[in-house]
Design a protein. Structure first.
Lengths: 170, 285
């Protein structure tokens, strides 16, 4: 249990640093910026208290906001995602079967991908519309949301694919 | 009562969620009042340290280009010194004129420059901010101007002891008074959130003459920047909705994607200027 939390803590720090030092500087084809830090919420153990999960989402978003000087924007989107990720999990796989279990591509297969894409899309839609709605027109915002979602989803797939390979190797 | 408690516990996630979202939106809509707080932005000590380390590593890349830029700038300044020396020499036959020139050049020295380095820079977001490695310990205050070797960069928004956050001109919240070199009609420089290489000069009168390729410089009206700092070059123009004004598309001279070394401008007379302006606006009331 403790090692599980330690793992989550390391994941938190690594994802925040990766986001603010590398990924925030990417603007692929003028539209897509990956927001991979949301991966932390996707990888929370299923048995986690929902209040705690929402609160962790808020803290994660707030830390990113402090780094990016966008107070409240990332926090709002991440809190939302953390709140609705339970119903989304229920939509794609049976939560009761996996108490205290970390969702992964390895164990859930295609339903993990669906779950990840829906969560990422909701997060990116909230985040990008909040940060751009007064500056850009709706078509550009939509393009940004879709391309960024795709970008983040590919990164998550790559990370998950890597761990699947490693498991097989062992 | 027990039912109520049970209801609250069962739906506690809803309350936590709604409460936190309210906090978030409170942050978003009151951003300006938090902007100067030194805990909730990247000028805080921990974030500054993280960015300083990564900035240190990144500064090794592109040393060659930085060196090249400095050599070019040095050569330019050398030329200017020679030209001015020559000019003074020519005037020295008339001592009265020399006196005037010297006094003139002395009286414009209200601006001090402090050298700093960019430790974090963003161009991919809409509201971009830059973090620099100088803070109140180095004499920085909010509302000081920042320039680079190539031209204008932005204005300081938050200062902690060792770090500061700069709001660059590629942030839609920035509006800066600029003019075409050689004319005195000011327009306002803004950024539309699209491309970090271009900005717009809005409110430029239609009757005013300009050509593509003209240089845009700061007007010096705000007291943050001295007059005549390079901003960019006119690339294109289009009419605004009210036919009397034009919007000029400006290619910015500062390359924000490779910004490393910067100068912080300290206007020693700014306090005086602000006090004077405040007095006038108070008298008007």
């Amino acid at each position: 249990m403790t090692s599980n939390w330690l793992k989550q803590l390391i994941l938190f720090v690594v994802l925040v640093l990766l986001q603010v030092l590398v990924l925030n500087h990417i603007l692929f084809l003028k539209f897509a910026t990956p927001f991979l830090y949301i991966y932390f919420i996707l990888k929370m153990p299923l048995g986690t208290n929902r209040n705690l999960l929402v609160f962790l989402g808020f803290i994660l978003g707030l830390v990113i906001d402090i780094f990016c000087n966008t107070l409240g924007v990332n926090a709002a989107a991440t809190t939302l995602t953390a709140f609705i990720c339970y119903p989304i999990q229920r939509l794609f796989f049976d939560r009761e079967d996996f108490e205290n279990f970390v969702p992964s591509l390895n164990s859930l297969g295609a339903s993990f991908i669906k779950y990840a894409i829906v969560c990422v899309f909701i997060h990116h839609a909230a985040l990008i519309s909040l940060s751009c709605f007064s500056y850009l027109n709706p078509v550009v915002i939509l393009l940004r949301i879709l391309s960024s979602t795709l970008f983040t989803a590919i990164l998550i797939y790559a990370i998950e694919g890597f761990s699947v390979k490693r498991k097989k190797h062992e | 009562m027990r039912n109520l408690v049970a209801f609250l516990i069962k739906n506690s996630a809803w309350f936590v969620f709604v409460f936190l979202e309210i906090v978030c939106f409170y942050f978003i809509f009151n951003y300006n009042s938090f902007q100067r707080s030194i805990y909730l932005n990247s000028s805080n000590e921990i974030v500054g340290r993280v960015y300083a380390v990564s900035g240190e590593v990144l500064s090794y890349f592109g040393l060659k280009e930085a060196n090249q830029d400095l050599l070019v700038k040095n050569a330019e300044l050398q030329n200017r010194v020679l030209y001015l020396e020559d000019y003074i020499h020519k005037l020295s036959t008339d001592s009265l004129k020399t006196e005037a020139v010297l006094q003139d050049s002395l009286s414009t020295k209200h601006y001090d420059f402090i050298v700093g380095r960019v430790i974090n820079n963003s161009i991919a977001q809409i509201e971009n901010y830059i973090t620099i490695n100088k803070g109140s310990n180095n004499g920085l205050r909010t509302d000081m101007g920042i320039i680079s070797q190539q031209g204008i960069v932005g204005i300081i928004r938050a200062v902690s002891e060792n770090y500061s956050v700069v709001q660059p001109i590629i942030n839609p919240k920035t509006a800066l008074s600029c003019k075409v070199k050689g004319s005195n009609t000011p327009g306002t420089l803004t950024w539309d959130g699209q491309d970090y290489r271009y900005a717009n000069l809005v409110g430029f009168p239609r009757f005013e003459r300009f050509e593509k390729g003209d240089t845009i410089i700061t007007s010096g009206y705000s007291g943050i920047f001295p007059e005549g700092i390079m901003v960019g070059i006119v690339e294109d123009s289009k009419g605004q909705s009210d036919d009397n004004f034009l919007t000029l598309k400006i290619r910015l001279s500062t390359d924000f994607s490779s910004l490393k070394d910067i100068l912080i401008i300290n206007n020693e007379n700014r306090d005086e200027l602000l006090k004077l302006e405040k007095e006038i606006s108070e008298n008007d009331k």
